[in-house]
Each structure stands twice: as structure tokens, then as C-alpha cells.
Design a protein around this ligand. Structure first.
Ligand SMILES: [Ca+2]
Ligand SMILES: [Ca+2]
Length: 160
């Protein structure tokens, strides 16, 4: 994920960005959130460090099948999101709700050293034989790092 100043929501190539702003006292805080194919998020957890894993592809969020889903795959997910490590890998149905929409990835075979989940061996986008009852989920190790989706972009004074 890249973060930089932009004035409004926009889509360029495979990058989809949203600008969020919040006024806090007299400071205007801007957050720019950008996703590219392969960006990840954790959904439906009770905490930011756990949940069903969703992957971004061609402007949409989709799920990942739990076939061959293990701690090495979860390690790559957690590290891609800015956490130091993974605690567990399991099916979303065990603890969280299942997803909707497309199942984008299946049969992931990570070694644990990859920097992005899509760098792991897999049969290809949308090549899967699963239902949403097999959606993959993780719990990451807690740390002081924020999840990658909420990186701080900048501060501008707006004295009025
Ligand atoms: Ca695996
Ligand atoms: Ca499969």
C-alpha cells in the first residue's frame, strides 16, 4: 500500500484510493488509503489483529479458501499487514462470519518468507473449488504497529 497526498478519491491503473479527512481541534488530519491488487484486510474480528482474510483484486474485495491454509500462509498475511507474526490460521466459520462475493485465491502454499500473499504459490486468481464455508481467517500477534490499512498520511494546520 502506498500513502501520499491526493485531493479526492480516484482510481488510477490498478490502484484505488480514498481520501478521508477528520478535523481534530484546529488540525485537519488527512488519511489516504490506497489498495492495489493483492492488498489485504481482516474482517469481522473483535480486534484489528484478527478476522477473515480478504484480498483486493480488480476493484473488489474477495475471500481466500482455506484449502492448504496454514501458519506459514497466516504469517505472510500478518506481516503484509504490519504485524510481526501470526498466532493461528483457521476457517472463518470457526470464529467469524463467512464472506460474500468472489473467492479470489485458493491452495496457497507460502513458505513464510514472502512479502506479499500473492507472491506465494497458488494456482491463480479465481482458480478455486470452494464455498464460503471454507473462507480463511487468521489471528496475528499483537504489537504496537497499526494494521497497514490505517497508515497516517499527513497533518495540515487550518487555523480559522
Ligand atoms: Ca498453505
Ligand atoms: Ca482448493
Amino acid at each position: 500500500m502506498k500513502v501520499r497526498w491526493k485531493s479526492c478519491d480516484q482510481e488510477t491503473g490498478n490502484q484505488y484510493c480514498n481520501t478521508l479527512s477528520k478535523t481534530c481541534d484546529r488540525l485537519m488530519l488527512y488519511f489516504l488509503i490506497c489498495f492495489t491488487d493483492g492488498s489485504l484486510r481482516l474482517v469481522d474480528g473483535n480486534y484489528p489483529y484478527e478476522g477473515r482474510v480478504e484480498v483486493f483484486y480488480h476493484g473488489q474485495w474477495g475471500t481466500i479458501c482455506d484449502d492448504l491454509w496454514d501458519i506459514q500462509d497466516a504469517t505472510v498475511v500478518c506481516q503484509q499487514l504490519g504485524f510481526p507474526a501470526a498466532e493461528s490460521a483457521f476457517s472463518a466459520t470457526d470464529r467469524f462470519s463467512i464472506g460474500t462475493g468472489e473467492i479470489f485465491l485458493d491452495d496457497l502454499q507460502c513458505s513464510g518468507d514472502e512479502s506479499r500473499l500473492i507472491d506465494c504459490q497458488h494456482p491463480g486468481w479465481r482458480t478455486q473449488n470452494c464455498g464460503h464455508s471454507e473462507d480463511a481467517a487468521v489471528v496475528c500477534s499483537t504489537s504496537t504497529l497499526a494494521p497497514g490499512v490505517t497508515q497516517f498520511a499527513g497533518v495540515r494546520s487550518s487555523f480559522v
